[in-house]
Ligand binder design. Sequence first.
Ligand SMILES: Nc1nc2c(c(=O)[nH]1)N[C@H]1C(S)=C(S)[C@@H](COP(=O)(O)O)O[C@H]1N2
Ligand SMILES: [Mo]
Length: 444
Amino acid sequence: MTDKTRTRGRLPMQIPADAQRQGGPVSAARRRFLAGSAAAGGALAAGGLLGGKALAGNPENLPPNIPDWSRYLGAGVDAHPYGMPVEFESHVVRRNVEWLTATSESSVNFTPIHEMDGFVTPNGLCFERHHGGMAIVPPEDYRLMINGLVDRPLIFTYQDIMRFPPESRFHFLECAANSGMEWRGAQLNGVQYTHGMIHCVYYTGVPLKTLLQEAGVKTSAKWILAEGGDSAGMTRSIPLEKALDDCMVVYSMNGERLRAEQGYPVRLIVPGWEGNMWVKWLRRIEVGDKAWYHREETSKYTDLLPNGKARKFTWVMDAKSVITSPSPEKPMRAEGPQVLKGLAWSGHGRISRVDVSLDGGINWQAAQLHGPVLPKALTFFTLPFEWHGQELLLQSRAMDETGYVQPRMAALQEVRGVNSIYHNNSIQTWLVNANGVVDNVRLG
Ligand SMILES: Nc1nc2c(c(=O)[nH]1)N[C@H]1C(S)=C(S)[C@@H](COP(=O)(O)O)O[C@H]1N2
Ligand SMILES: [Mo]
């Protein structure tokens, strides 16, 4: 069954040499390397040790010798006023796909989710999406205006916003186009590229409700318009009900001020809803009684259905999950006991369950969810399994607290057709080959 329908993932793009090592196109050299390391890993597993002389960079550092780092004084504290990751982790970086980028300036890059050991994305690894490049806004020049159907039109400074009582929450942000390249078949051979337009951050800011109350929303109001201050002027209509529910005007991520990439000094967050509504460099909120039908909600961010009609206002990001290891970037390196890792999320609330299949969706078993399991945040899951060189077809299937179950692509396409770019939340399949190499495949 599977052999007929599977398409081998391909990677029609230029990838830097160091990326190839981490998860670029599957080269003959890489297959040989992996075959060799799998054999070495097997021997180590038998010895009961993860590591050993065969894999050491410098055997002089191994027991019973005294390693270099125990013999010499370490570096002082002056060298790193702002700490950076250790040099050995320099491959853990955001990456872009050249053919996705229209101009010489890259407009999107991807979070290395295969390197995430948990549900929090470090600030320096959060994927970026800019429609008009990254704006640099000095905080003293920043203003946020609220106008329209309000009692008192207001203009806030950065300091004004900071004086309101703050709130903090974890939330994921997923671009509506995440996995958008995979609609018509397996395309990108890397989980960073298929699912990396997502991050999950601990935000601090002011509930949008607080600022709207300060301005006094008129009873005729039904919508707000959020407008960005960058050259793209990213602008979206949001129902007032959502604005007053859980939207926040944030200035902090993971305990430090926003990165320029993420909209410094102030961005809007719209929990559970598609990323393009999370307006960065937030400049203005207009209150109105109907939607504005701006560019980003008419020509963009709508889905053309088979009957010629388009789905509009497709706000919520439905439940979705992906196995991050094994994955094309995280091949099998040893036989024996393994731990499968992945991420799940839902724009409707909490993840209630994640099932994992090792045989392409025939048998399923429940993965362990690693808490805290928070609403509209990433949830990290794991599943122990055994590998003895057999082919596997790995899949994960998320379920959220509303009872919604992540669909297969065939089921999704029955409803949406094949014109879509956005909102692909279908089940992803990874083929684990006998030599340990992992490929992106489509099972239907
Ligand atoms: N002002 C402004 N806000 C914006 C954008 C933009 O180009 N300009 N891009 C949007 C899109 S399409 C996405 S997916 C998210 C990306 O947020 P990030 O860069 O923090 O990952 O920001 C949204 N907010
Ligand atoms: Mo996006």
